[in-house]
Design a protein around this ligand. Sequence first.
Ligand code: WTA
Length: 635
Amino acid sequence: MTDNSFNPAVDEWYYPDEKYRENANAPDYDKIYAQAAKDIEAFWGERAKSLDWFAPWERVLDRSNAPFFKWFVGGKINIAYNALDRHVKTWRRNKVALIWEGEPGEKESLTYWRLHQEVNKFANVLRSMGVKKGDRITIYMGRIPEIIIAMLSCAKVGAVHSVIYGGFSEQAIADRIEDANSRLLITCDGAWLRGQVVPLKETVDKAISKSPIVETVIVVKRTGQPVSMEQGRDYWYHDLMGLPIASPRFESVEMDAEDPLFILYTSGTTGKPKGILHTHGGYAVFTSTTLSWVFDLKDDDRWWCAADPGWITGHSYIVYAPLILGATSFMYEGAPNFPYPNRWWKMVEDHGISVLYTAPTAIRGLMRFGEAWPNRHDLSSLRLLGSVGEPINPEAWRWYFRVVGKEHAPIMDTWWQTETGGFMITPLPHVALKPGSATRPFPGIEIDIVDEEGNSVPPGTDGNLVIKQPWPGMLRTIYGDADRFVRQYWSQYAKQGWYLTGDSARRDKDGYVWIIGRNDDVIKVSGYRLGTAEVESGLVSHPAVAEAAAVGVPDEVRGNVIYAYCILKAGYQPSEALVNELKDHIRQQIGPIAVPTKLELVTSLPKTRSGKIMRRVIRARAMGMPEGDTTTLEE
Ligand code: WTA
């Protein structure tokens, strides 16, 4: 939905210094791209050799049941073994895996050895609670090391984690617990954000009262505020980790390459979130290859992916890929501007961060405070920068490049999705850049921009972004809804067998890709993915609301914000108080990110004769733009 309101500066080039080619993990782009395209199986098979397998695969790719592709068929692997166990057998044992800083200022660092011990202990706890291969476990936590421990422990025992971002509220949690049929939940008492405690456990209690499938809750003590613990259901993490059963020895369970690793819920075009399913084998190969080549991680790097582990960016590039590569990561708990707008820059300096990966909305947010804040700090350790989540407008790109990267750190603008598992369209460190373009597809990835029938559109023309060949990190299905998986991603271009991304894009004369934004009813608010339908069902679940429409409207800092329009049921009077009550209702039901910036109570909504709400018209009105073709408009 994002408007490409900026004019792509297609002739503004940035040529990275030759040093980004020397010693780079990535081979020369043109050469490797062509080589990979010739034989994707040979290409990905070669990449997979950098992992440790319990048993080798018989075939790299099985296309026989498309679109249910299988990768590394017959191979036995465990992603947690690759992230931890294999490193502790080498010199990396005492290398720092994770440096963590809490919002109030505590600092902690865990070596590969320590992390491995903690994960083993918790894996034993999970097993002692009856967790078996394939069980779904819900994780709802803040950005603390224990969330990483919890995720890796699930992977070790062969359980499937379903992490819910800590910004979601009770209804969103209840729906996801139910969809995954998850009987064990891991949470913490609270999380620090802007000096306040976010009461996660309290929200969990409310969610479970709606979704009583959960039998066991494990609670990490983070903030120490009093929480209610239900006898026989709730257990303190530290109590369990102190039991003799929590031994630091645990053999990673041997998994099939295609066994599920996690479900991650994401917004789609209906009100019901989709449980995107990823697997142990292909996902490990894809995330580690992409991270190694795009961000060129070396043993002396300090990698900071400033996302939340509760989103795909965090799953792939905080938790799994950096550990598989044996890298040192940094993670920060709280808000970027707490207590002052220099917090991030201070941490870059304090920890000597060398590669920083964040989202345009964060850059724009920090840009607003002015460059004096970053300029107070020594940012010379930064050698590469990254961006993800939405198109980066050239103005933010230039600021990031000049003020943060001091005009020598190239920006890797990575386009990808929850569904793709990892980077799909992205520069490599030696590739010439244009601000606002994600440049070209990663080696082994074949994309096109096509019209509704599937014809490639000429340069400069908008079209649907499609992916023409399978890739190892691709989603395998929507959990519990294979039909929806086929319908959503593989039906529009069924004849050609292409994956539909849902994004529109265009290419310029140099073959560089410019992402325009979603062309479905998905909105990117501060980089978070939300469905208009989710917000609408949230509003309609309030007793006063008869009908609701939500649209995304461009915003300078957040990319997009939500405007919502509600028709009240008979007997309800419009008032300021009701507007606030409805906003609060959304905050409670879905979470703060879904709260509409503007909420208007109206008496009618523009609809087609068949009764479909015309969001295009609402959006045009909201932005004060021409409404376009309204011949099908009824009301
Ligand atoms: C958008 C986030 C432009 C896009 C990893 C995509 C981007 C959606 C970029 C997926 C980028 C992500 N440039 N747009 N570099 N990265 N997007 O599932 O619309 O939260 O379809 O995954 O974000 O969002 P998701």
